[in-house]
Design a binder for this molecule. Structure first.
Ligand SMILES: [Zn+2]
Length: 222
């Protein structure tokens, strides 16, 4: 039986990917991993655990404390404010944690290797997002090649959201029956619950639900 490991952050996109994996691989063949990388919003870890529980799949939380030691980005460094709107002049928003997805997927691949799991699923996308270079298809396919060579395994990285807009991601979540789980997700860069509604992450999420003409279960729950 083919098994899949979903990198579950507790957010909207990885939760949609979890339901994609359940649909594709079957409920008994899906595992999830969550990284505690010193993110300032600890709520994400609780959300991931609750979402996995809701979906009836295991969730393992793995610690990576090096990102907060590096500092320099708004998601792990408490000295840096998350800019409400991205600075047009900056190449990347200060929420970019350099190397994060590369490290996450490498550790996920190591975990999968030891568990005999051949498929990784991640919610990265290159459409409609902040332009993070580690979310691009070219990066992911190069990483998959490196992992296959470096671990001598046929691991596959699946990116079901890669070419979807936020609207299409919401529609996919709806079609996969993932909307009830959306009430348990966390997106807000300011870590607020109910979400602040003003940060870039909240705005992007709201835009997706609006355009798909779907009520956000998180806001309904609040
Ligand atoms: Zn927010």
């Amino acid at each position: 039986m083919e098994r899949a490991l979903v990198v579950l952050s507790g957010g909207q996109d990885s939760t949609t990917c979890l339901y994609w994996a359940l649909d594709r691989f079957g409920p008994s063949a899906v595992d999830t991993v969550t990284f505690d990388y010193g993110q300032r919003h600890r709520i994400e870890l609780d959300c991931a655990a609750r979402i996995a529980d809701h979906a009836g799949v295991p969730n393992t939380c793995l610690p990576i404390d090096t990102f907060s030691a590096l500092g320099g980005d708004a998601l792990t460094d408490p000295e840096i404010d998350v800019a409400a709107t991205p600075d047009e002049a900056a190449c990347l928003p200060n929420t970019f944690v350099p190397g994060r997805n590369l490290i996450f997927l490498t550790f996920a691949a190591a975990y999968a290797y030891q568990q005999g799991i051949g498929h990784l699923v991640t919610g990265v996308a290159q459409t409609d997002y902040s332009g993070y270079p580690d979310c691009r298809e070219e990066t992911i396919s190069a990483l998959q090649r490196a992992l296959r060579l470096g671990m001598e395994s046929e691991v596959s990285i699946h990116t079901p959201l890669m070419h979807l807009s936020k609207k299409e991601t919401v529609e996919l979540a709806r079609d996969l029956g993932a909307l009830p789980a959306m009430a348990l997700t966390h997106t807000c860069y300011n870590g607020e619950q109910p979400p602040c509604g003003a940060c870039a992450a909240c705005e992007l999420r709201a835009k997706g639900f609006d355009e798909a003409n779907v009520a956000d279960p998180l806001l309904e729950a609040g």
